[in-house]
Write a protein that binds this ligand. Structure first.
Ligand code: DOR
Ligand code: ZN
Ligand code: ZN
Length: 437
């Protein structure tokens, strides 16, 4: 038998141990994993000596800004950033302009992403103010619902206990997770100074929002996913409710590796929601992820904005930072410096998000799984926003030393990116939309 591609003699992680093996790929799937000399014949070989062969990341929380904010990012630059960052699947949030609250908008997003994609793209939908108008025909094309209690997608929507219950019920009926941004501030809570901004979006606000959702959830078996946990107290509350297998959570690299005190906050370089917290919170988030398993996965919350919006004075600056090109280097630096085990890396960056989203053919490097793969070199380098493929080039990780670089990214068996260049055009590799199953 002749397969399409063999990644020959790379480093594969098997039961937490690094082993030299080859991975063969055929018709978009992983055909097998072989010892040196036992590989099948192949049409193409990539000499992978010295490179790690890893499953591509699944980033379940990104904002790619299509349709009407393409000056910030679009599906083309956003998925190029993903591929260059070793991320082979992204799931796009619905707080775009226009927001995803109808079939029409989702269909337009699917069409745009299909033409511009370099990786797999999945979608979430928001929930209309009036739930009966929700168009059920969109369910097969989404991977979850996302709600923003502090900043609803439709003006005047209030996240009362009744509204939260109705949203959970909708998620349950459609067998999808309900993702939410925990923040109990109100849209008209306007900060007059920096201190007020941090107190409006405090840990107390995050915890009380989670508590309100947990209270509403008691009667339901709905699946609930807490986005970007940023406080030690939130992680503790999640751990307490963890027995309920229906509760999952994510953490961002910036909340684990940066704290608010590292920045003067003259401008918006390190402004995001939730904000950066204390060093204690960061430390506890890392523990919650890898020791207590209170947090299931890592997601970047890639939230691109224009340079002028980020360099504006702090209160006027836009919230959100790019993350697609920094997650893999930052997380693998943890592995290479001995703070994170391979099993935890593979769970939180690859298989964990696949499980939450129900995409059972992705996230694992094994026979029969989709050939979404990244080859990584262990190498010291410094993060430089100017080198990002994302349109958003301002990062609070500027100058940070990291120890891993994605070299080649393969999506559905197609080589998309290699050594700093794109080897195919848009609209060829990957699936849009990513569906459950
Ligand atoms: O900082 C943030 N930016 N937090 C969010 O929840 C939204 C995001 C955005 O869309 O810019
Ligand atoms: Zn959010
Ligand atoms: Zn977000």
């Amino acid at each position: 038998m002749t397969v399409d591609l063999v990644l020959k003699d790379g480093i594969v992680v098997v039961r937490d141990r690094e082993t030299v093996l080859s991975v063969s790929i055929d018709r978009g799937k992983i055909e097998g994993i072989y010892k040196h000399g036992e590989e099948p014949e192949s049409r193409k070989i990539i000499d992978s000596r010295g490179l790690y062969i890893l499953p591509g990341l699944i980033d379940m929380h990104v904002h790619l800004r299509d349709l009407d904010q393409c000056e910030k990012e679009d599906y083309e630059t956003g998925t190029m950033a993903a591929a260059a960052g070793g991320v082979t699947t992204v799931v796009d949030m619905p707080n775009s302009n226009p927001p995803v609250l109808s079939r029409k908008v989702l269909d337009r997003k699917i069409e745009s992403a299909s033409a511009k994609r370099y990786v797999n793209v999945g979608f979430y939908a928001g929930i209309p103010k009036s739930i009966p108008i929700f168009e059920r025909s969109i369910v097969p094309n989404i991977l979850g619902f996302k709600v923003y209690p502090h900043s609803p997608l439709t003006k005047g929507t209030e996240y009362t206990k009744k509204r939260i219950k109705d949203c959970l019920e909708l998620a349950k009926e459609n067998d999808l997770p309900l993702l939410f941004h925990p923040d109990s501030s109100k849209k008209d809570d306007i900060a007059d100074d920096q201190e007020e901004f941090f107190s409006i979006h405090s840990c107390e606000s995050e915890v009380s929002s989670l508590q309100a959702f947990l209270d509403a959830k008691v009667e339901y078996e709905a699946r609930m996913h807490v986005c970007h946990v940023s406080c030690a107290a939130t992680a503790r509350l999640i751990l307490k409710h963890r027995a309920e297998h229906t509760l999952t959570a994510e953490v961002t690299p910036h909340h684990m590796f940066l704290s608010g005190g590292d920045f003067a906050h003259d401008n918006g370089v390190a402004k995001m929601l939730p904000p950066l917290r204390s060093p204690y919170d960061s430390k506890m988030l890392s523990q919650a992820l890898c020791q207590q398993c209170a947090i299931d996965c890592v997601a970047s919350d890639h939230a691109p904005h224009k340079e002028s919006e980020k360099l504006a004075p702090f209160l006027e600056a836009a919230s959100g930072i790019p993350g697609l090109e920094t997650t893999l280097p930052l997380m693998l630096t943890e592995v290479f410096e001995g703070r994170l085990m391979w099993v935890d890396y593979l769970r939180c960056c690859c298989s964990g998000p696949a499980t939450i989203l129900g995409i059972s053919n992705k996230g694992i490097l094994a026979e029969g799984y989709d050939a979404d793969i990244v080859l990584v070199r262990k190498e010291e380098w410094q993060i430089k926003g100017a080198h990002f493929f994302s349109r958003a080039k301002i990062t609070p990780f500027e100058g940070r030393r990291v120890l891993a670089r994605p070299i080649t990214t393969i999506v559905g068996g197609e080589i998309v990116y290699s050594n700093g260049r794109f080897v195919i055009g848009p609209g060829i590799a990957g699936r849009v939309p990513v569906r459950k199953g």
